[in-house]
Write a protein that binds this ligand. Structure first.
Ligand code: AMP
Length: 299
């Protein structure tokens, strides 16, 4: 099977209550592809400026991420600055500079158009829609978004939402999208709008996956040292969809396991700043933590 991921590739400046890191590599597409690369060879779509480190492009190649759909353009890479409070689920965006994503309309390489799974990671919803128009007949389409786009382009998000099978969103985004405080009611509203599954990520409290006749809760790994929560959501989606791409099936038991792998990948991503932990992560560590999750929830 094949998994195409469109998202952002970015420089992030991160402020936590303990530390500040300037211009480290991040982006929804970056985190998601690296997480998915532990299960499959994802194809990434996006654009970076000439300032983007060659070492990260090399890392993609080394991890088996297909970069044919990645453009390098004159100009500056997407920039995002965020600040976390003592509660890692609370994050404030200080600044977003779209930079080379301004007016970016990719032409998907031929091999990408035959994708079986398409993940529209957090990026301009018009761009997400544009990608969907270029793929032939994917078996599964999933999307993510962010408060920035829900506020600025609600109409475009509604349009994309109708065309996807799975929505990944955190609880704040689901409430914003549906104007509904109760997450179960909000989830039902989303299911009525198109998707068959809603994956509600609740940061350090795990995630809830629900469909019309299906509910599954997965905890987050009890982590004592959350260094940088950035990318947890994207790594969750990368682990989840990478696993499904590897299994080539989307049955309910597969979806449950995919959600646990999503939570495992997210739990590693937050152990260090940016993508640093994903750089050193091994298959062995992933499987060991997957087994620990099993113990955590069996009773
Ligand atoms: P997450 O923590 O999983 O929600 O995603 C964090 C990543 O999203 C960061 O690395 C940012 O570079 C990226 N990001 C932040 N704002 C946006 C935006 N408006 N569009 C696309 N990507 C963004």
């Amino acid at each position: 099977m094949s998994l195409v991921i469109v998202g952002s590739l970015a420089f992030d400046t991160i402020q936590t209550p303990w530390e500040r890191r300037e211009r480290i590599v991040g982006g929804s597409g970056t985190y998601c592809s690296l997480a998915a690369s532990f299960f499959t060879n994802p194809k990434i779509v996006g654009v970076v400026g000439k300032d983007f480190p060659a070492a990260v492009l090399k890392l993609f190649k080394a991890r088996g991420v297909d970069t044919e759909g990645l453009e390098v353009r004159p100009g500056k890479t997407f920039y995002w600055e965020g600040r976390y409070g003592y509660d890692p689920n609370q994050r404030e965006t200080i600044r977003t500079d779209i930079n080379v994503y301004e007016g970016y309309r990719p032409q998907l390489p031929a091999a990408y158009r035959k994708a079986d799974i398409v993940f529209l990671a957090n990026i301009d919803p018009d761009l997400q829609d544009d990608i969907l128009a270029q793929v032939r007949k994917p078996e599964l389409v999933a999307m993510d978004t962010m408060n920035h786009w829900i506020r600025s382009k609600p109409e475009a998000i509604g349009r994309v939402l109708k065309k996807v099978d799975i929505l990944f969103a955190n609880d704040e985004e689901i409430r914003m999208l549906t104007k509904e405080a109760n997450l179960i009611k909000a989830g039902k509203k989303i299911l009525a709008a198109g998707p068959r599954l809603v994956v509600t990520k609740k940061g350090e409290h795990g995630a809830l996956v629900f469909g019309r006749k299906f509910v599954f809760g997965v905890p987050a790994h009890p982590c004592e040292d959350v260094v940088d929560p950035t990318g947890a959501g994207d790594s969750f989606a990368g682990g989840f969809l990478g696993y499904l791409d590897k299994m080539k099936r989307f049955s309910h038991p597969d979806i449950r396991r995919a959600a646990v792998y999503g939570s495992v990948l997210a739990s590693f991503a937050i152990e260090d700043f940016g993508i640093d932990r994903l750089k050193t992560l091994t298959q062995r560590e992933i499987e060991a933590r997957f087994r620990r999750f099993k113990k955590l929830v069996s009773f």
